[in-house]
Ligand binder design. Structure first.
Ligand code: UDP
Ligand code: MG
Length: 149
């Protein structure tokens, strides 16, 4: 079953939006398999955003993401990687569609509330970076047959 890595960023935590954001994935029907509240180290943040190392915003992005706690999560479901990206919305909240998390809750690209893996392979490496295997829970929600055929 497909899995994706989602993180509520420090702005989402500081603004009291953990519940609002978490609720969207839960009510959608995806299955939570990993969850932790933590403050990311500089090393972890630099590795996570390694693909952006040469970009001008890299330094401030790492500062920001390590500046307060994040909620790190792994969600499971058919097509969850692409579906979560759709629910999250475009990188710049000013152009994210209303109805998306960023479109509904944000106004600034540097404070866009949430991270979601951009592809299945990226999800696998991000999950391995943020979670140990034993921190992920394999379980079957009893409601499953009412959510998917
Ligand atoms: N970012 C930024 N300024 C930019 C572009 C990106 O601060 O001009 C930050 C923003 O927090 C974004 C993150 O860098 O979420 C990673 O950028 P990416 O293009 O991967 O966007 P995402 O995958 O998060 O939509
Ligand atoms: Mg990205």
């Amino acid at each position: 079953m497909e899995r994706t890595f989602i993180a509520i960023k420090p702005d989402g935590v500081q603004r009291g939006l953990i519940g609002e954001i978490f609720c969207r994935f839960e009510t959608k029907g995806f299955t939570l398999v990993g969850l932790k509240f933590m403050q990311a180290s500089r090393e972890l943040a630099e590795e996570h955003y390694g693909v952006h190392r040469e970009r001008p915003f890299f330094g401030s992005l790492v500062e920001f993401i390590t500046s307060a706690p994040v909620v790190a999560m792994v969600w499971e479901g058919d097509g969850v990687v692409a579906a979560a990206r759709k629910m999250i919305g475009a990188t710049n909240p000013l152009v994210s569609e209303p109805g998306t998390i960023r479109g509904d809750l944000g106004v600034n690209i540097g404070r866009n509330l949430i991270h979601g893996s951009d592809a299945v392979e990226t999800a696998q490496s991000e999950i391995a970076l943020w979670f140990k295997e034993e921190e992920l829970v394999n379980w079957q929600p009893t409601l499953s047959s009412w959510i998917r055929e």
